[in-house]
Design a binder for this molecule. Structure first.
Ligand SMILES: [Zn+2]
Length: 229
């Protein structure tokens, strides 16, 4: 850290991706010589051009094998947004940083992370539902319902606690019962005492038309139920 650090602290990604102007690049490199903190940041990001160029990891030399920082996208977007407020004075850097942000989004999207981030931003948070026991049994389950254009996505976490009188590996099924009383099995799974099952299921029934969610035994006995509305 030195007394010009605040000015340069968010330039690391732009530098590594080659998005700085010649003058900015020279100024940043001069700062790097005296700032271990920025030098460390650049080393941490140095793997990016290799990834963008789809160079195999073993071809990226030396210290450039650190994992991609988890907050890189957020920091880069933040840096670009910060520049928007200074648009009149620093137009050229804005263009550079937006290009960097776009590159990073493409990069992370290519790694399968960006798509998740963006899809989460575009969807409603969904509804959490706790299932209730119809009679005492060792299953506990919570459900998350997400509206989709095609129906409802169902995420379920089901824990099978050890319990006297129960035991062994059994098959269970998750049923969706719609407002008309039609019951459809949307998922089956096998569970044993002490296990936790996490599964994702889907139904064409819109969330508003789901009357009940039920966990049943293979023999059809209803163990857990929930009324999402
Ligand atoms: Zn610095």
């Amino acid at each position: 850290m030195n007394d010009t650090h605040d000015e340069f602290a968010d330039w690391d990604a732009a530098y590594v991706l080659g998005a700085l102007s010649t003058a900015d690049r020279a100024a940043y490199e001069q700062h790097l010589n005296g700032c271990p903190e920025c030098a460390q940041a650049v080393r941490g990001l140095a793997v990016i051009p290799g990834l963008l160029g789809k160079v195999p990891p073993e071809d990226v030399p030396g210290e450039a094998v650190d994992p991609l920082p988890a907050d890189l996208l957020a920091r880069t977007r933040q840096a670009a947004q910060g520049e928007v407020t200074q648009l009149r004075r620093r137009h050229r850097r804005l263009v550079s940083l937006v290009a960097v942000a776009a590159s990073v989004v493409l990069l992370i999207g290519g790694l399968g992370v960006g798509a998740v981030l963006w899809s989460q931003r575009d969807t409603a948070p969904g509804v959490a539902v706790v299932m209730h026991q119809v009679e005492a049994n060792p299953l506990r389950a919570s459900i998350h319902l997400q509206d989709r254009a095609w129906g409802t996505e169902i995420e379920m976490k089901c824990t099978y606690t050890s319990s006297a009188g129960w035991g062994g590996r059994e098959v269970y099924a998750l049923y969706v019962v719609d407002d008309a009383g039609r019951a459809t099995s949307v998922s089956t799974w096998a569970a044993a005492p002490g296990s936790t099952s996490e599964l994702t299921a889907a139904t064409a029934v819109p969330r508003a038309q789901i009357a009940h969610l039920q966990v049943r035994t293979a023999a059809g006995k209803i163990l857990l139920t929930a009324n999402p509305d």
